[in-house]
Design a protein around this ligand. Sequence first.
Ligand code: PLP
Length: 361
Amino acid sequence: MTGDVLTDWIRPEIRAASPYSVEAVPEGALRLDAMESPFDLPPDFHRKMGEEMAGIPLNRYPDGSASELKELLGKTLFGLPPDHLFLGNGSDEILQNLFLATPGPILLSEPTFSMYRIIAKIAGRPVATATQSEDLTLGTEVLIEAAREHRPSLIVLSSPNNPTGREIEEEAVDQLCREFSGAVLLDEAYFPFSGRTLLSLRRRHPRLMILRTLSKMGLAALRLGILAADPRIVAELEKVRLPYNLNLLTQRAATLVCREFLPVLEAQVRSIVVLREDLRRSLSSLPGVEPLPSSANFLLIRIEGKDPAEVARGLAERGILVRDVSRQHPLLAGCLRVTIGTAQENERFTGALALILKGIP
Ligand SMILES: *Cc1c(COP(=O)(O)O)cnc(C)c1O
């Protein structure tokens, strides 16, 4: 049997797609490509987690509604009752549930997080796009115009946006929600680093939903995403969610974090913000490098006079992984995205970049 015959029962758009590839990380490589925190939790957390693990009944399904965790997350992170929250195995899973639940096109403001498009394709949703302004701000008028034209059921925005690091003004989201009658999802994956949320705008616009994740604030391994939405929306999404989507390890670890370790995570976030500004200053002093302002835990940097793909390759040869986003969108031409590391890691990155730009092998 040829490959074509063997797989012709699979939807053509899936056969035409390529898997989201996360490249194998070489031993000792410095990962500045995935927006992970450079800091692990303290040994005390790992010890307590070990004790938790020892007592877990592995023969039983976990709490399917994660009610204890939901209650805690609502109290500690959102100031909301648990029926306003919907939890997912990472926020990617929440996006998938949302896209599966809605019938119409999804409208995106590009450039933005590449997973929106990928998940829309898998869920069979058409994607419409509005292009951001030259300075990578939202371009509200263009977005509202695109909403009129394409009549999406859902608009997905990210603030701070990945990969630009830019925030969306409250007034822009407010205006959009007033003029657009569908639902609006605001992905605040990088909220911890900007400290600004539009959560309270939900009071005025009940169709506005706020998406968060624990991944970027030091808990990428857990896979926990949280959606804050009107309880009536949450009730509908509960019908799409697969049972037991949050494993017991994740539930226990996140519960422990909420009870005892939030101050540790907050301190780590504050350090990352300081490190980000330090890195931006040192990159600014390199000729041909323009680090753009960022409210997240990464920097978008524009490289002049050298192919960014080549620069990324040069860094990889030195064991440093960054993301070449230059071909993702015309507005990102010449751009690399680099995650903030520890002070030493950022120095190693800056040093290697300086050598590559000088053409030193
Ligand atoms: C990383 C990222 C996510 C994915 O978060 P998970 O909870 O790890 O699935 C969602 N949205 C944006 C904008 C991101 O950059």
